[in-house]
Write a protein that binds this ligand. Structure first.
Ligand code: 9MR
Length: 343
């Protein structure tokens, strides 16, 4: 019994992965047998697609020149294996080159910002290009788009709704969110869903702020779903609080996905792997119950596959064992707990 088989009648189970791992034969086998959805951990982010030199050489002030080589490789890899993909990500403050926000594509940090009018044109051109390319070259592979990621101020109790340090916000103000969704609606394929995605979206203040934004988007029918990232701690949040938030998003009439799931489990924690299994088990039992209650949960994606491929041990260099598979690619106790929760 694999994850995707155990959850076949519930929701797709996904993983985020980088090419350096995915294409290794042993990962290929594991991913293909366990997962039914895939997210590119980094290679489909603006910074990885926009080609600075080619953009400057083009002399075009609006359109970036894209390099889709890695994107295409992963889309075709997924397609060959019958795995559908979430596209992460179109509009985000992170991993978007800052020259994208400058006049003349300047890589000088002190160069003047592009005007709001120009930035809106660039946003449209970027979204149009990516969606058109993906949907023309690989029709049917991408089933949803993270249109806007992490637009809401993350600090608990912070005054503003929006993350003011985002260059998108800095230039366009809060209008950047509906603008991105309007363009995405214009260029999406009919069967694709548009998502707003954020972390700590179970935290009450942040949830309230996100819901305000979602309602505005819904008034124009611009958004289909809420992506709750799910980078969780061992004790925080209480799963009941996660559930409460998930139900609040679903009550808006949106579909729901858990898009980036991992649980920080310190390697040194005594009995850590058993506790991790309990926590994953509790979370998945809750998700399964919600699904059976009629909540429109459309997929759950782990942010990584093995402990070593997790951003927590890689990018963050934590002594952490957060995933379902260990470094020999063997399933851990947490894997069994997730399978059991589907029964
Ligand atoms: O896992 C990603 C890591 O390898 C990055 O390079 C990092 C840079 O910010 O982004 C990580 O992925 C993030 C995702 O794109 C958006 N939500 C938070 C994720 C973890 O930081």
């Amino acid at each position: 019994m694999s994850l995707k088989d155990a959850y076949r009648d519930l929701f797709p189970i996904g993983a985020a992965i980088a090419p350096m791992w995915a294409y290794k034969p042993e990962f290929d086998t594991l991913i293909t047998s366990e997962f039914s959805s895939l997210t590119a951990e980094n290679i489909m982010k603006p910074m990885m697609i926009m080609d600075h030199d080619a953009t400057i050489a083009s002399g075009d002030p609006v359109n970036t020149v894209q390099n889709f080589a890695e994107t295409d490789k992963m889309l075709s890899w997924a397609k060959e294996r019958g795995i559908r993909m979430r596209f992460h990500v179109l509009v985000w403050h992170g991993q978007t080159p800052w020259w994208f926000f400058k006049e003349n594509w300047s890589d000088d940090k002190d160069a003047p910002d592009a005007s709001p009018e120009l930035m809106l044109k660039r946003m449209e051109a970027w979204i149009r290009d990516v969606m058109t390319h993906v949907n023309t070259s690989f029709p049917g592979v991408v089933y949803c788009w993270d249109v806007v990621n992490e637009a809401i101020e993350p600090e608990h109790g912070a005054p503003g709704l929006f993350r003011t340090k985002s260059p998108w916000y800095h230039i366009l103000g809060e209008e950047f969110v509906p603008a991105a969704f309007r363009f995405a609606r214009r260029y999406q394929a009919p069967d694709q869903q548009l998502y707003y995605n954020d972390f700590n979206s179970f935290q009450p203040d942040k949830q309230e702020a996100i819901i305000a934004v979602l309602k505005k988007l819904q008034a124009e029918d611009l958004v289909d779903g809420m992506g709750m990232q799910g980078h969780l701690q061992m004790q925080w949040p209480a799963i009941a609080d996660f559930e409460k938030a998930a139900r609040a998003y679903a009550a808006l009439g949106l579909s729901l996905q858990v898009t980036e799931l991992d649980i920080h489990c310190p390697t040194a924690l005594e009995n850590g792997q058993a506790l991790l299994a309990d926590r994953y088990g509790e979370l998945f039992s809750t998700l399964v119950r919600m699904k059976r209650d009629g909540i429109d949960l459309r997929s759950v994606t782990f942010w990584g596959v093995t402990d070593r491929t997790s951003w927590l041990t890689g990018f963050r260099r934590e002594g952490s064992s957060p995933m379902l598979f260990d470094d020999t690619l063997s399933p851990k106790a947490a894997y069994n707990a997730v399978i059991d929760a589907a029964r």
